[in-house]
Design a protein around this ligand. Structure first.
Ligand code: ADP
Length: 278
């Protein structure tokens, strides 16, 4: 369980990025964090793992308070948080297996990781995770030989290799096509439910969020302006989060994308029919 209490961040520049943000994410719940650019989504995620120091407020992971933890305790606590990134952050020249095992780096003595000698139990776990994310046939491939979707699957397995108690996910599908995006969102949300993992996913695609997450938290100018199940996120709520101009523009973008996809599919079907007739 993750609990935020009155989280507030004011940057030195005077920008007030978060104001009194409080919510609790119970085990197994996936929260989609949405809001316009500059709303404070990245700041919120960074305050949770304390890459950014909150100006006020508290963050609890289970019973442990992350805010206020000293340096060595923070290092220990961070191991309990799995991160998944937009650009995957894989080591390109290492294999899929080695990338997943690097998720254990915080646990394995330095000399072992340097020699890339991991305990058998870690290797077994990595195999099981790679099986779960559908990469059994790619274990020995180099990361740079994979597609975007496969790379994100490695990113997911790596985050899970450290047995996290919380997942923080930053725009996991921003570099993926629509179909792969849905597959990745489905995989992340299924795994969280299976493992009872709480998760916060920073996601700009509202429709994708609505399709997969359990709960949506909408930020605007650093404050929560919506918190509820996806089916209650109606046009009124979306206007509150994005403002009417931006929300209408986003809707149009989605409509265009759907139209484009339908046009491409129709064109391909016609070409196939022509090729079949010839
Ligand atoms: P989002 O992820 O929703 O786009 P951010 O958390 O990046 O929003 O930003 C929230 C606000 O904080 C913005 O006004 C932004 O300009 C400001 N901000 C973000 N990072 C910094 C920083 N390192 N220094 C100063 N201001 C920042």
């Amino acid at each position: 369980m993750l609990r935020l209490e009155g989280l507030t961040k004011r940057y030195k520049t005077g920008d007030r990025a978060l104001t009194d943000v409080s919510f609790t994410v119970p085990a197994g719940q996936v929260v989609g964090l949405i809001g316009p650019s500059g709303a404070g989504k990245s700041t919120l995620i960074r305050c949770v793992n304390r890459l950014v120091e909150p100006s006020a407020g508290k963050v609890f992971l289970g019973e442990k308070e992350l805010t206020g933890a000293g340096r060595s305790e923070l290092r220990r606590l961070r191991r309990r948080i799995g991160m998944i990134f937009q650009e995957y952050a894989l080591v390109e020249r290492l294999t899929v297996m080695e990338n997943v095992l690097s998720g254990r780096l915080g646990y394995v003595p330095f000399w072992r990781s340097f020699l890339r000698r991991y305990p058998q139990a870690d290797v077994d776990k990595a195999f099981a995770l790679l099986d779960r994310v559908g990469l059994t046939d790619h274990v020995d491939k180099r990361a740079d030989a994979l597609s975007g979707g496969q790379r994100q699957r490695v990113g997911i397995a790596r985050a899970l290799e450290q047995d996290p108690e919380l997942l923080l996910v930053d725009e996991p599908t921003a570099s993926l096509d629509p179909k792969t995006s849905r597959q990745i969102m489905r995989l992340i949300t299924e795994i969280c439910r299976e493992r009872g993992l709480p998760a916060i996913i920073n996601i700009h695609d509202v429709l994708l969020a609505k399709m997969f997450v359990d709960r949506i938290v909408g930020l605007r100018a650093g404050e929560i302006v919506f918190d509820g199940p996806p089916e209650t996120l109606d046009d009124e709520a979306l206007t509150r989060i994005y403002g009417s101009e931006d929300w209408n523009a986003m809707q149009k973008e989605h409509a265009d994308a759907a139209e484009d996809a339908a046009a491409v599919a129709a064109y391909q079907a016609r070409e196939r029919a022509k090729a079949g007739a010839a």
